[in-house]
Design a protein around this ligand. Structure first.
Ligand code: HEC
Length: 129
């Protein structure tokens, strides 16, 4: 019984080892970028880019104008809030963060985000109270 408990506990460890706090994730980007600015991150979050089809898109197109609100994909699937204050799972898994930065930056900017943009973006979302 005790042994079984111990085994299932150990099985959970790899997952725990990769879990980080939003502050740790911010620190890693900030170290690479040299700085992180919540003000710049806020501008980046609300910026809209005109697409060739006339549509204007930005991070807030899916994540809404309120980082504490529930967002929506183009296919109308729910997106949980981005701000850690409203969603404790945000910015706790570096691989997930990188995966979505890559995908969403390409979607919106047609290029990957720079480390500076990532540092600023995370700094802004952490600053949301
Ligand atoms: C087409 C819709 C869409 C747009 C536009 C969009 N996102 Fe997202 N974003 C998503 C979806 C879907 C997820 C993953 C679902 C989830 O985690 O709830 C996500 C998750 C994320 C995450 C993961 C955070 C975490 O720790 O869980 C980051 C970072 C992110 N987006 C950044 C951005 C940035 C930066 C922009 C603007 C350049 C942006 N997104 C624009 C749909 C979008």
């Amino acid at each position: 019984m005790t042994r079984l408990f111990l085994l299932s506990f150990l099985a959970m460890l790899p997952g725990l080892a990769t879990a980080e706090s939003p502050q740790q994730i911010l620190a890693a980007y900030q170290q690479q970028a040299g700085s992180a600015s919540a003000t710049r991150g806020e501008k980046f979050f609300f910026a809209k880019l005109a697409k060739p089809n006339g549509e204007s898109v930005g991070c807030s197109s899916c994540h809404t104008e309120n980082p504490k609100a529930i967002g929506k994909t183009r296919a109308h699937k729910t997106i949980e809030p981005l701000a850690p204050v409203a969603n404790r799972e945000r910015f706790t898994d570096p691989a997930k963060v990188e995966k979505w930065f890559k995908r969403n930056c390409k979607d919106v900017l047609e290029r990957e985000c720079t480390v500076q943009e990532k540092a600023d973006f995370v700094a802004f979302l952490i600053s949301v109270k």
